[in-house]
Design a binder for this molecule. Structure first.
Ligand code: ADP
Length: 543
């Protein structure tokens, strides 16, 4: 019995690959209460009693174990440094309990898979102990604990057979090689893992099971084991009879007699599933990277959005100050000129009518500004109603150009209008389209210096009409071009600031979009700007 337990411990120690200290308690087998470390039996018993109590009341958890007063005194006597309870296993069937404590130093923690292995070996041990014990009892018709020595002897006698059983039950590949590396023994379940029967494998050289790409690596591991007489570990794939590959983590050691190697022992832990998960994990990695990339893109987008909102806020407050200025200037003229007329009854009629003209123009400018703002908010609110009719776009453009002749003349700008002689019809809101051309031509004159030239060209194309409004003015910097149709956006020209509100082009673009037309812009700083507008022609009769 002692030998059975002792050997099981050795297997466990090998499997867990640790300098593990072990204490074992098997209830109802008081005489076999034992400690592999040299602990005072009385202290150990006290410890066990407390544990049994804990187990009955709460189930074992090692926090409570470590709080037991006797725990420290036990641990102090153990032959491991900085040891702590690594794990407590218990198998409890009615009155029979087996407790196994694995003590190890902190750096040598067990893996979960090793815990499972310990647990299954412990299960085997527990049933073996019970089997041997009751067998002995039946044979000798003795009461339990009647003759401890006889029980122990029986167990020792049956040890080989029981250990064989243990190997067969094990889920691992357990094998023995001769000194040449040929298989002498292999457990049945291990052989099955490789799709062979036990007999088929006997006599095969171990390297025959190793795939070609791993051959050198495994040969090197085995020669290292032969030279050092130490436990070695290596991971390899093994070929099954059906040509499948299974991954094993192999722990091996030489068998020595009289200082000579006579064979080798090994346990192979089937890690194929783990490997599969690892491979899947590797496959998932690019997806994770992709997900991370998308998250960072999304983050950047959000950041951009928030800075866009900040920019919009800035533009809005700039707009408020600009629009107040735009409102104040015409209002000041209106009030100024009307006051002069009212306060001076002797003002010559000629001057009066001149002043009235100024008042009227400034009033119109004010009304236009207010209408533009109202129109934009109406478009944005989806409330604008288009009054579409079929009309001649050339005729409308002619009217707009005529209206702007005077301001062009004032700045000594040549305003030219080139157009086909026949009418070109479009179906649109005549007033809004006229307003849009007005804004474009106005801008062309506003941003062109004296002696410059503004040209309005109408091209009659197959299904479309193209209107080009180009100037030889100051131009728009390339970096500002993408933003000029944005609300409140104004090109900043320090030192030569030209008044404006940044809504004219917004209105133009929104109107053209509403009519399913197109607008584009080309510009070169210092050389002028060209706006190109396109509308689908109407083939309906003019309204
Ligand atoms: P604003 O009331 O400031 O003129 P707009 O929406 O009409 O607002 O124009 C936006 C910006 O586009 C203006 O600040 C101006 O700098 C630029 N811009 C528009 N048309 C021209 C042009 N023909 N030449 C140069 N710059 C122009």
């Amino acid at each position: 019995m002692n030998e059975l337990i002792d050997n099981t411990f050795k297997i466990l120690a090998k499997v867990t690959n640790s300098k593990t200290g072990l204490l074992l308690r098997i209830n109802n087998f008081e005489s076999y209460v034992m400690s592999l470390v040299d602990v005072n039996p009385a202290t150990f018993e006290e410890f066990i009693q407390s544990l049994a109590h804990l187990h009955r009341s709460t189930g074992i958890d090692y926090d409570s174990v470590e709080n037991l007063p006797v725990y420290k005194s036990i641990v102090n006597e153990l032959d491991v440094q900085s040891c702590f309870i690594q794990n407590v296993y218990s198998i409890n069937e009615q009155n029979d309990s087996v407790y196994l404590f694995l003590f190890s130093d902190e750096n040598n923690k067990l893996f979960y898979s090793e815990n499972d292995v310990c647990m299954s070996i412990l299960n085997i041990l527990s049933s073996q102990v019970k089997e041997i014990f009751y067998e002995t009892l039946n044979k000798k018709s003795l009461l339990p604990f009647a003759d401890t020595k006889v029980d122990a002897d029986t167990i020792v006698k049956n040890w080989e057979e029981n250990f064989k059983n243990l190997l067969q039950i094990s889920n691992d590949l357990i094998f023995m090689l001769d000194k040449e590396g040929c298989l002498l023994k292999v457990n049945e379940s291990g052989a099955l893992l490789l799709d062979y029967s036990e007999r088929e494998l006997l006599g095969k050289h171990f390297l025959e099971l190793v795939p070609a790409d791993k051959n050198i690596e495994v040969s090197e591991a085995i020669s290292k084991m032969l030279q050092s007489d130490k436990v070695i570990n290596f991971t390899t794939n093994l070929k099954t009879k059906l040509d499948r590959l299974r991954s094993f983590e192999i722990t091996g050691r030489t068998i020595m007699r009289d200082g000579k190697v006579i064979g080798m022992l090994g346990i192979g832990n089937d890690i194929s599933k783990m490997k599969k998960y690892e491979d899947e994990l590797i496959k998932l990695k690019p997806k994770l990277t992709e997900a991370k990339r998308l998250i960072s893109l999304e983050r950047a987008r959000l950041w951009q959005q928030s800075s866009l909102i900040e920019e919009l806020d800035r533009l809005k407050s700039e707009f408020v100050s600009n629009i107040s200025h735009e409102l104040r200037t015409p209002l000041a003229s209106i009030i100024g000129f009307s006051e002069t007329i009212v306060s001076d009854p002797d003002l010559p009629e000629e001057m009066k009518s001149e002043f009235n003209k100024v008042i009227l123009n400034e009033g119109k400018r004010l009304a236009k500004l207010i209408n533009d703002v109202l129109d934009i908010s109406k478009i944005e609110g989806g409330k604008i109603i288009l009054n579409k009719i079929s009309f001649d776009v050339v005729e409308i453009l002619k009217e707009v150009v005529d209206r702007n002749n005077e301001s062009a003349l004032r700045k000594k700008i040549t305003l030219k209008f080139e157009h086909p002689n026949n009418p070109i019809l479009i179906e649109a809101d005549k007033e809004k389209i006229a307003q849009s051309f007005e804004a474009l031509i106005n801008n062309a004159i506003k941003f062109t210096n004296g002696d410059g030239r503004v040209k309005v060209i109408v091209n009659n194309q197959f299904k479309e009409v193209e209107i080009i409004i180009s100037d030889t003015g100051i131009g728009i910097p390339e970096k500002d071009l993408p933003y000029i149709f944005q609300k409140f956006y104004r090109v900043s020209r320090p030192g030569t600031e030209i008044p404006g509100t940044g809504i004219g082009l917004v209105f133009v673009k929104q109107m053209i979009d509403l009519h399913k037309g197109m607008i584009s812009v080309q510009s070169e700083i210092g050389n002028g700007t060209t706006f190109i507008v396109k509308f689908l022609k109407s083939f309906k009769a003019k309204n």
